[in-house]
Design a binder for this molecule. Structure first.
Ligand code: FRU
Length: 473
């Protein structure tokens, strides 16, 4: 189990069959719950269930039985979960707090919101008899409720994707919902429908102040094609969200092609989120077996002021517990012009980190090379961008949309962390200020890591190449 080709070793993936969005992210009594869009009978998308896994550390996962099954009201589409500590719903019937899942019932007629509840720490779920709790008002795409308790206005708030904007609803008890406001018609990217929204309050680094952030997935319409996650910073007063950026401004959480439907855990001390590591353009064709779909690594969220603007910052959770003892570390090292440094790699489970102390090169490249194939990250100092080139990264022809060179603007590279896990790369630059997540499917038996400074030198500091152990063992 979990040893198949391309199987992520420290990312969550289901044992078998199809998975997409993370759902119902909830922390309760030491357990992080991860529910997910799941089709238990095949490796392609089909009637949606909520699959279920739990973890104590967000690294080691245990898959549990399916939590919620489709019924006469429809399939179980994406949604969220909360701890109803005060029993506002009246659905508590044991010593445990009642956990409430709020999801979309996707019926042949329309999409509406329903709830299920658990009185045994999320192990079993019963659907509420009065479903749906929020009927369809005549909008085709009306889904993916994300709920949280808003203390100042003493009510539950639901953020819901409605066509290509979001609606906010309020409720005293999770059962009766009333419309509050809508946001987004004139804001941000509109190349596709809006999906899987989230509204959270985040700290601004180095300040006491907090700001609200509205997160919205969009498909298609991402900056490098297909699915992507955009966000808006602003204020929320318990009724409406007011963005503090210009209407035309687009801000992307991740500039890679494989980070979608990301939302935060509820009931945690710090805001942490996770995304589905794929893209609807080719998700149904990726060459993995007997599973299809994996989650990103979980990331902590904050805001940082950069050039007068608030930016969403993502920092990977701590993976120290699975760092293998053998590691290559160096305090400093200078890459000479056009003289690639080569390091043999014996497995594709690693974390490469470093600081850039000096850089006169036109480009600094980082390449995983095997016979006839490579995956390359290019820090391009001339065009002020980072690119991930996976055009010749192994298996690429399963979809015309897959081979690509994606880009992220980057003024200057100060620091980087690159996580590789069998068939994925997650690049974090400048302490979480820029992120790119991409899949690739290498086939070569032997691989070499090459780092190179083009037309100049790159002075690196605090460099380390660490192997990460499998979290399935
Ligand atoms: C996003 C999404 C959601 C929907 C779910 C269906 O990837 O399209 O909007 O609820 O997937 O599986």
């Amino acid at each position: 189990m979990y040893e198949e080709k391309f199987r992520p070793q420290y990312h969550f993936s289901p044992k078998k069959n199809w998975m997409n969005d993370p759902n119902g992210l909830l922390f309760y009594k030491g357990e992080y719950h991860l529910f997910y869009q799941y089709h238990p009978y095949s490796k392609v998308w089909g009637p949606m269930h909520w699959g279920h896994a739990i973890s104590k550390d967000l690294i080691h996962w245990e898959e549990l039985p399916i939590a919620i099954y489709p019924d006469e009201l429809g399939q179980i589409f994406s949604g969220s979960a909360v701890v109803d500590r005060e029993n506002t719903s009246g659905l508590k019937n044991s010593d445990e707090d009642v956990l409430i899942a709020i999801f979309t019932h996707h019926g042949e007629d329309n999409e509406k919101q329903s709830i299920a509840y658990s009185n045994d720490k999320g192990r079993t779920w019963a659907k509420y008899k009065g479903n749906p709790v929020l009927k369809n008002p005549g909008i085709k795409d009306f889904r993916d409720p994300k709920v949280f308790w808003h203390n100042p206005s003493q009510k539950w708030i639901m953020t819901l994707a409605a066509g290509d904007c979001v609606h906010f609803y309020g409720s005293p008890n999770l059962l009766d919902w009333s419309f509050l406001s809508s946001f987004g018609k004139e804001y941000g990217a509109h190349g596709g429908v809006w999906e899987c929204p989230d509204l959270i309050e985040l700290e601004i680094e180095g300040e006491k102040a907090k700001k609200w952030v509205l997160i919205v997935s969009i498909n298609p319409g991402g900056p490098n094609g297909g699915s992507a996650v955009q966000y808006f910073t602003g204020d929320f007063d318990g009724i409406a969200f007011a963005a503090d950026t210009e209407k035309e401004r687009m801000q992307w959480a991740d500039h890679g092609r494989d980070f979608y439907a990301a939302v935060t855990w509820s009931n945690t001390q710090e805001p942490i989120w996770i995304g589905w590591m794929s893209n609807w353009q080719y998700a149904k064709q990726v060459p993995t077996d007997p599973f299809r779909g994996a989650m990103s690594i979980p990331r902590k969220l904050t805001l940082r002021k950069e050039e007068g603007e608030l930016k969403l910052i993502q920092l990977p959770i701590d993976f120290a517990s699975i760092v293998a003892s053998e590691a290559i570390t160096m305090e400093s090292f200078t890459l000479q012009p056009d003289k690639p440094e080569k390091i043999e790699i014996n497995n594709l489970q690693m974390l490469f980190q470093g600081k850039v102390k000096g850089n006169t090169a036109s480009a600094f490249t980082w390449t995983i090379r095997g016979e006839n194939e490579y995956l390359q990250i290019i820090f391009d100092g001339v065009n002020k961008e980072v690119r991930i080139d996976r055009t010749q990264s192994g298996l690429t022809t399963f979809s015309e949309q897959f081979p690509s060179v994606s880009k992220m603007p980057l003024k200057e590279l100060e620091e980087f962390s690159i996580f590789i896990d069998q068939s994925s790369v997650e690049l974090f630059v400048n302490q979480g200020s820029g992120v790119m997540t991409e899949l690739f499917f290498p086939t070569a038996k032997k691989m070499v890591l090459e780092i190179e400074a083009i037309d100049g030198i790159v002075d690196l500091g605090d460099i380390s190449l660490k192997n990460l152990q499998s979290s399935w063992k």
